[in-house]
Design a binder for this molecule. Structure first.
Ligand code: BDR
Ligand code: CA
Length: 312
């Protein structure tokens, strides 16, 4: 059984990611913790509760995390519409569950402390909560099996030419987690998520399979249109679901150890993840992150398809 905590800012692709984990028989989904990112914290928290309810998992605790980045004002784009779920949030039903009385970091500490086996944390939004967790509770790192983070782009960005959205929103938090800390990390950047694109036929099958698939696909038109305008693809890019797939099935993605830096300036490279691609051995002491750059894309997409169509 794989114990997961998903730190999330739902988010259309976050909803796919949550649905992927929510009913997997090999996953013990310990909690969702929310963060401001795709939209404000009230929306991301409400969306987290309602997506879990849609998946029949109102029992999973949801705790509220950071309402803004670590040391800069919130910044966002319109990829996920004005409710975070592509204008579809009002159609998926309302959870009867309440948020956990603890804040996100306190809930993570409590769950990690109580866990008898290490826990995988899957951050799929800005890294604010995770930076605070690691900075304030360094001894808890021994209870973290690894972080499987959706974020960054080695070859370039999506929200700017240089930066990927989750890192761009809170570069200081990302730098803390990716450069300064020493917890095991698998980074799932744009380089692999953009390859795992799905088109209408794939979405049609997921939509036709069950009510959860239908609601997930109904969230996607605004998000797809945004990507069409900004990035030039007609397909759906399920960034966060690719990270959760790797967390559920370790080794699904092929990783390369890399020394990273994060651009925390306010210049044109703000929020860029810079990998040292020079042909050299990393000096002793360099922090290396396993960066997922490749995969058997058909295998990844079949896995997600089969899970979404069979578990609901
Ligand atoms: C990331 O940013 C958000 O828009 C998505 O939910 C994903 O986590 C992709 O850059
Ligand atoms: Ca996200």
């Amino acid at each position: 059984m794989r114990r997961l905590i998903i730190d999330t800012d739902p988010g259309v692709d976050d909803a796919f990611a949550i649905a992927l984990a929510a009913r997997h028989p090999d996953v013990d989904l310990l909690a969702l913790t929310t963060v401001a990112g795709n939209i404000g914290i009230e929306h991301t928290t409400r969306n987290a509760l309602n997506v879990l309810a849609m998946c029949g998992r109102e029992d999973v605790p949801v705790a509220v995390g950071a309402h803004r980045p670590f040391s800069r004002p919130a910044r966002s784009d319109d990829a996920h519409g004005n409710d975070g779920l592509g204008g579809h949030a009002g159609n998926i039903g309302t959870s009867k569950a309440s948020v956990d009385p603890r804040d996100a970091v306190t809930l993570m500490v409590d769950l990690l402390t109580a866990a008898e086996e290490p826990v995988t944390i899957v951050p799929i939004g800005p890294l604010t909560n995770i930076a605070v967790l690691l900075a304030a509770h360094p001894s808890i790192k021994s209870k973290i099996e690894r972080l499987v983070i959706m974020g960054g782009g080695i070859e370039g960005g999506n929200v700017t030419p240089a930066a990927e959205f989750n890192v761009w929103v809170d570069p200081e938090a990302a730098r803390r987690v990716l450069v300064e800390e020493d917890v095991p990390v698998t980074l799932v950047p744009l380089d692999i998520t953009m390859k795992c694109a799905v088109a209408d036929d794939w979405l049609g099958k997921v939509s036709a399979a069950n009510a959860v698939g239908r609601e997930l696909v109904a969230m996607t038109p605004h998000y797809r249109e945004f990507y069409k305008q900004e990035v030039g693809t007609d397909d759906l890019i399920m960034h966060d679901a690719i990270a959760v797939a790797e967390a559920i099935r370790p080794g699904l993605l092929k990783t390369t150890p890399m020394a990273l830096e994060v651009d925390c300036t306010d210049g044109p490279g703000s929020g860029a993840t810079i990998a040292d691609l020079r042909n050299r051995r990393a000096p002793a002491g360099d922090r290396l992150v396993d960066v997922a750059l490749d995969a058997d894309v058909d295998e990844v997409l079949s896995f997600i398809h089969d899970e979404l169509t069979s578990r609901y």
